[in-house]
Design a protein around this ligand. Structure first.
Ligand SMILES: NC(=O)N[C@@H](CC(=O)O)C(=O)O
Ligand SMILES: [Zn+2]
Ligand SMILES: [Zn+2]
Length: 424
């Protein structure tokens, strides 16, 4: 089926261009001048943004092992509804992708059930505990985007160094959830104003940045390409800024919630709990600065669904993790682009669609004539209120519940096939 998107603002190589886009036989065709051509369906996209399908290098789809929280089918439907055509799935699964056999279970489910491209991670350590022997990295390498033990930090520096040396020889990155468990200090929330208010000891910033500092040195020493997950503290931003200046092959991501919330806004609800925790206003501002100056390379949601029961025990006792795929674009577009003018729409698209594909080996990319049609259509003016009942995800816990936002995903195409279309 050929679909013609007319009069949209198409994000081409050199920014937005007012043009028509024909999606046919899985590919995009960009026309400079409108004219007659065959299409089975024509959609008027006047005033709409037509952008490369978004890519998220950090999601938890919970299958195999925890399908009561999310499945490949529900997770990929949520991704498509959020404008994503490609995601990387984290390895805290059962069986875990620490062996080829473990990974194969997930690969089979992806082939059967996914609506979009999913490129899994392989585990770093065999038991995903950051201490045990390395996973079967060699046999996993051809099938994974990179290696990570996300969910936990690699506690042993020696093990991390060994992993980096092997990953480098396999031409794969090491991706790290940085959390030194000996430095946590407290639990559940950031050690800041809200922890004081509740009278508890929170999680120190040091537990994150000390491990980033260690790993950056190991990356410099081994020459391994290294990427840091969900950075949340001002110290981490500065460590990565300096490491980049000195030529270390390092990149990082942060999540929407760290950019638009701080611990002064927390409420005693499970939907405000994730790891790392939402930090102080100073941390949030440093992350925004790091985003604007290029220290932070990309935005990843860390979409981490749990059951309603697991998120019902308040901020101190609920499970760590919030969903993000269906809110990331509108939240960031509304706040960072439209409200605050911190970044341009083009920069946001770079952070959410292009930069991930420059750093990770992922399908999709810029909209060019003849390229595979991984394309998202957005209405930048449409506003709506975030209501988790509308989510495709099984997970409903989001700190953005009730927010009024603008920038609505209307359609998502993966390889030319519509995988999401808004109900009109
Ligand atoms: N981010 C979270 O709060 N939770 C993640 C694990 C992780 O990303 O560290 C999960 O798997 O639930
Ligand atoms: Zn993590
Ligand atoms: Zn995660």
């Amino acid at each position: 089926m050929a679909i013609l998107l007319t009069n949209g603002n198409v994000y081409c190589d050199r920014g937005f261009q007012r043009t028509d886009l024909l999606i046919s036989e899985g590919r995009s065709f960009v026309f400079e001048k409108p004219g007659l051509r065959h299409a089975d369906r024509t959609i008027d996209c006047k005033g709409k943004l037509i952008i490369p399908g978004l890519a998220d290098v950090h999601v938890h789809f919970r299958e195999p092992g925890f399908s009561y929280k999310e499945t490949i089918r529900t997770g990929s439907a949520a991704a498509a509804a959020g404008g994503y055509t490609c995601v990387c799935t984290m390895p805290n699964l059962n069986p875990a992708p620490s062996t080829k056999e473990g990974l194969q279970v997930q690969l089979n489910l992806i082939r059967r059930d996914s609506l979009i491209d999913i490129v899994p991670y392989g585990a770093i350590t065999a038991e995903q505990d950051g201490r045990s022997r390395l996973s079967d990295m060699e046999s996993l390498a051809p099938f994974v985007c990179a290696f990570t033990d996300d969910g936990r930090g690699v506690q042993s520096g020696a093990r991390m160094e060994e992993a980096m040396r092997l990953a480098k020889s396999l031409h794969r990155m090491i991706v790290a959830h940085c959390e030194d468990e000996s430095l946590l200090g407290g639990r559940a929330i950031h050690d800041g104003v809200y922890a004081k208010k509740l009278g508890v000891r929170g999680i120190s910033s040091e537990s994150e940045w000390r491990q980033v500092e260690r790993d950056v040195e190991l990356a410099a020493k081994t020459g391994c390409a290294y990427h840091v997950c969900h950075i949340s503290t001002k110290e981490t931003v500065e460590i990565i800024r300096q490491a980049k200046k000195s030529g270390v092959d390092v990149s990082c991501e942060t999540g929407p919630h760290y950019l638009v919330l701080c611990d002064e806004e927390l409420q005693d609800l499970g939907r405000f709990k994730m790891n790392p925790p939402i930090r102080s206003a100073d941390d949030r501002d440093a992350l925004r600065e790091g985003l604007a100056d290029g220290t932070i390379d990309m935005i990843a949601t860390d979409h981490a669904p749990h059951s309603a029961e697991e998120k019902s025990r308040g901020i101190l006792d609920s499970a760590f993790g919030v969903v993000g795929l269906e809110t990331a674009f509108p939240v960031l577009y509304s706040r960072l682009v439209r409200q605050d003018g911190l970044i341009t729409t083009e920069k946001l698209i770079d952070l959410m669609a292009l930069a991930p594909r420059q750093r990770f080996p992922l399908p999709g990319g810029p909209i060019t004539d003849g390229a595979r049609a991984d394309v998202t259509v957005i209405d930048p003016e449409a506003s709506f209120v975030i209501n988790p009942a509308d989510f495709r995800s099984k997970g409903k816990a989001t700190p953005f519940e009730g927010w009024e936002v603008q920038g609505k995903v209307l359609m998502t195409f993966r390889a030319g096939t519509p995988v999401y279309e808004v109900e009109q």
